[in-house]
Write a protein that binds this ligand. Structure first.
Ligand code: TA6
Length: 299
């Protein structure tokens, strides 16, 4: 069965060997296995900490948490009751339907609407739809935000907090040179909000890194010796690159020891400023992740 649903998760299986697991809790993608274009060997592409809670008691440390409607500690006046990174990653979504199921791709749709707990901390009506699509070498995630109100605007930020399984000593992110960014590892508020210019053509995460790039090209490569991915996005103008290294990672309770050696977070989002979704409108943000393997690079 290409799509299997149970009380707490959805599994997708592509006929060429790729697979995905999505927890209903947070619509968290917790596994993406895909064959390499080099030798067809199927490998896990996402990092999930062995200490992550997968029982719905807290957001998953790894995979692809969905960040909505606030990134980081909330700053918008209408978000001040929200937890860090909003609520989408910490409520149970529902399986809506299978969108596609053939050789080209296997795709499912999940939904999140306000429940009583969400209504207590976020006063806006909304509907979130999440479409996850698996192809042989590719995974796409599409977040649809719908504003059903006839009068109210929804201010929000959105981001895919994707943890790629990759050696942090060797991985680099390309296509960021020349961009403006803020460095959240800096020690003072003033330094953290200073806009800097990226000079590196290949950004590494050998040191504690927490950089928020703005107005990025929406096409990136995440590569390391022998393997790599290409990432393309729509309507997600910003990009966060995060790896805590031991300095900050050892303070994260659900991070496994040395986990920071095994991933890089490359997180497309709209997080510098806010989207103001007008009454009756829908916004769609998308990331498309393609395994390109080693030696092959997409343009
Ligand atoms: O996206 C990077 C970031 O905002 C970092 O500042 C870091 O704290 C990380 O997310 C993890 O946040 P979390 O709430 O999942 O512990």
């Amino acid at each position: 069965m290409p799509v299997q649903t149970s009380s707490d998760k959805i599994s997708l299986q592509h006929p060429k060997g790729a697979s995905v697991e999505i927890l209903l809790y947070g619509a968290s993608v917790v596994s993406w296995k895909a064959p390499s274009p080099n030798d067809s060997a199927v490998a896990e592409r996402l990092f999930v900490s062995s200490k992550a809670s997968l029982d719905g008691s807290k957001p998953v440390r790894g995979g692809i948490p969905v960040v909505f409607p606030a990134f980081g500690p909330p700053t918008h006046p209408e978000h001040l009751q929200l937890p860090q990174h909003g609520f989408a990653r910490s409520y149970v979504w529902t399986y809506d339907s299978t969108v596609m199921d053939n050789e080209a791709g296997v795709s499912v749709r999940l939904l999140l609407e306000p429940n009583d707990e969400i209504k207590a901390i976020f006063k806006k009506a909304f509907q979130l739809t999440y479409v996850v699509t698996l192809a042989e070498h590719q995974l796409s995630t599409d977040l649809h935000v719908t504003n059903p109100s006839t009068t109210e605007v929804i201010p929000f930020q959105a981001l895919f907090h994707t943890y790629y399984r990759a050696p942090s000593a060797d991985v680099v992110v390309k296509s960021l040179a020349g961009l403006k960014y803020i460095d959240k590892t800096a020690s003072t508020d003033a330094e953290r909000s200073t806009l800097r210019t990226e000079t590196r053509s290949e950004v590494d995460v050998k040191q504690y890194t927490d950089s928020v790039y703005e107005d990025a090209p929406q096409s990136y490569e995440v590569i390391w010796p022998g393997d790599g991915l290409h990432i393309k996005t729509k309507n997600l103008k910003d990009l966060v690159v995060w790896n805590p290294q031991a300095e900050a990672g050892s303070k994260i309770g659900d991070m496994e020891d040395g986990g920071w050696n095994n991933y890089v977070c490359v997180e497309p989002g709209h997080v510098r400023g806010f989207i103001e979704l007008q009454p009756g409108k829908r916004w769609i943000g998308q990331q498309v992740m393609t395994v390109v393997g080693g030696g092959k690079r997409s343009s």
